[in-house]
Design a protein around this ligand. Structure first.
Ligand SMILES: NC(=O)C1=CN([C@@H]2O[C@H](COP(=O)(O)OP(=O)(O)OC[C@H]3O[C@@H](n4cnc5c(N)ncnc54)[C@H](O)[C@@H]3O)[C@@H](O)[C@H]2O)C=CC1
Ligand SMILES: O=C(O)CCC(=O)C(=O)O
Length: 524
């Protein structure tokens, strides 16, 4: 049974899903050293935003197949290192957008009406009604930087408050903006027009310190800034100067460059509202997040295609039934080809035929690469890191599709182009199971699974008996056998599926047979 380590609190709904399918340990007490010490025991790790899943943490996860981020931002996970190690990262980005959007609206109104500051004075026994004169947000302009899931939810709500909404987002279409009642504009125009600017971008290289001194200076004098995205998106020193210098009227922050923001001079500033990263902290969002991340992690552990995989392709449900068996076949075909072709390969070719020509075959390609590389590396090869490893090795791969698949509904063909010509392997799905129908040019039909023996031999009477006798003497049980040949008494291939691995002395003995050119055993 898979073991899952939950390193930060997630909702009971999510834990229940995980516990129904795996052994789950909730350990929210671990520091980095503690996490590194126990991670080798786990197949999956689930975190929120506080745990830094750095390269050294991931390196300790020798069994780790998936990291689940219970939330949206994945800036606390070293994605490159996870990908390199073949570890899938999944998150739950659709679960907390409304929670963050509602909090943002709360911050807009808090800034406009000084709600937190006024509350504190009443608690302190004061009654200062003149000090807290506010303004109405109706007819004011809200500037959104980032109009993705959260930005869009904020826009909808702000329109309900009768605000004008302008936004900058390099990928959102004008049609989408129109639907949301938002006007798209370049960043400097958004900053210049807005009475309140709210940030809803991910923290990535291109957004780090996006709102720097220059951008703050482009904001309207007397405007406010809200950051419920990530602290790193704003140059906090420049923000403090912009507020102290009177260019900005104030700010509301849910996120900080370092959390908790110990010693951050913005905390406690009379014109800055500060929250302890509460954007996703609603009962509803946490329940959804827990369930979404649990499902993503469990699908990843079962070898499936999680909806929110950050570093792996997603197979849409309408294609899943068709593609999934070919993904399995692709990996096995790759292993078979790598196991039987030992000549230098200039180029690999994948041909998708019949029903495969009509669907997104990305996951099949990744699986073929995984199979080709699996036996060649010390590190684990998964569909996640296979493309990087292939690129590093200079492996060349071309792909094409052909509608015609002969008598099959779909056919996956893998060709290794060598200086002696193409070596071809092909497979299909029969009765829901992956079958090889052509191995290295020989028409044979078998399920590529478990210990297998392949002989390249001359077709002569008694060959099958010889091989069977040798295996029998070594107590190796034969599950199934097929022979393909180019012509009677010509070149042939024997394929045996076995219940037991073949001992090396049997292979050595087979290779001594004058009519056997090659004998190879593979475990697929
Ligand atoms: N305070 C909190 O508790 C929470 C904070 N967040 C933060 O909010 C961020 C946004 O979340 P979603 O809206 O769900 O993500 P999303 O991916 O749906 O939207 C992000 C948008 O930002 C846009 N973008 C990227 N670079 C940009 C740039 N330089 N300028 C303008 N727009 C740019 C993208 O095109 C995309 O449309 C997350 O990455 C996370 O860091 C998310 C959830 C909770
Ligand atoms: O409450 C949390 O875990 C952080 C939420 C968050 O920042 C996110 O989902 O990106």
């Amino acid at each position: 049974m898979d073991r899952i380590l939950v390193a930060e609190p997630i909702a009971e709904e999510g834990l229940a899903r995980l516990r129904a399918a795996a052994r789950v340990d909730v350990r929210t007490d671990l520091d980095k050293a503690g996490l590194i010490a126990i991670l080798p025991e786990y197949d999956a790790l689930i975190v929120r935003s506080a745990t830094k899943v750095t390269a050294d943490v991931l390196a300790a996860g020798t069994r780790l197949r998936v990291v689940g981020r219970a939330g949206t931002g994945v800036d606390n996970i070293d994605l490159d290192a996870a990908t390199r190690q073949g570890i899938m990262v999944v998150n739950a980005p659709a679960s907390n957008s409304v929670a963050v959007a509602e909090l943002t609206i709360g911050l807009i109104l808090s800034l406009a009406r000084h709600i937190p500051q006024a509350h504190s004075t009443v608690v302190a026994g004061k009654w200062e009604r003149n000090r807290f004169m506010g303004f109405e947000v109706r007819n004011k302009t809200l500037g959104l930087v980032g109009l993705g899931r959260i930005g869009a939810e904020v826009a909808r709500r702000a329109r309900g408050l009768e605000m004008h909404v302008v936004a900058y987002d390099p990928v959102v279409s004008t049609e989408r903006a129109l639907q949301l009642g938002v006007t798209l504009a370049p960043l400097e125009e958004v900053l210049a027009q807005a009475d309140i600017v709210s940030l809803h971008v991910p923290l990535i290289d291109s957004t780090r310190n996006l709102i720097n001194a220059m951008r703050l200076a482009q904001m309207k004098r007397g405007a406010y800034l809200i950051n419920a995205a990530r602290g790193g998106v704003v140059d906090e020193t420049a923000l403090l100067e912009a507020i102290n210098g009177g260019h900005l009227a104030g700010a509301a922050l849910d996120t900080y460059s370092t959390e908790p923001p110990v010693g951050n001079p913005l905390v406690g500033h009379p014109r800055v509202i500060t929250l302890p990263h509460l954007g996703a902290s609603t009962v509803e969002a946490q329940a959804l997040t827990g369930v979404d991340v649990a499902e993503g992690v469990l699908v990843a552990l079962s070898g499936g295609s999680p909806h929110y995989a950050v570093n792996a392709p997603y197979i849409p449900p309408e294609h899943r039934g068709l593609v999934a068996p070919y993904v399995d076949l692709g990996r096995r075909l790759g292993m078979l080809c790598a196991g039987l072709v030992h000549d230098p390969v200039h180029n690999f070719e994948i041909e998708y035929r019949g029903e495969l020509a009509t669907v997104d075959t990305t996951p099949v390609r990744l699986a073929v690469l995984q199979g080709l590389l699996a036996g060649t590396r010390e590190e684990r090869v998964t569909p996640v890191n296979a493309p990087i490893l292939a690129r590093e090795l200079g492996l060349k791969l071309t792909e094409f599709s052909t509608e015609d698949a002969g008598n099959f509904s779909g056919l996956l063909v893998l060709r290794a182009q060598t200086s002696d010509g193409a070596r071809e392997f092909a497979g299909t799905i029969l009765r829901g199971e992956p079958h090889v129908v052509e191995a290295d040019g020989f028409w044979v039909t078998f399920v590529p699974a478990g210990p297998m023996l392949f002989t390249y031999h001359r077709d002569r009477p008694g060959m099958i008996g010889k091989v069977g006798t040798l295996l029998g003497e070594a107590d190796v049980n034969i599950a199934s056998m097929d022979v393909g040949r180019l012509a009677p008494r010509e070149q042939a291939m024997m394929v045996l599926r076995l219940d037991d691995p073949v001992p090396p002395h049997v292979i050595a003995r087979l290779r001594e047979e004058p009519d056997i050119q090659h004998a190879t055993t593979l475990i697929i």
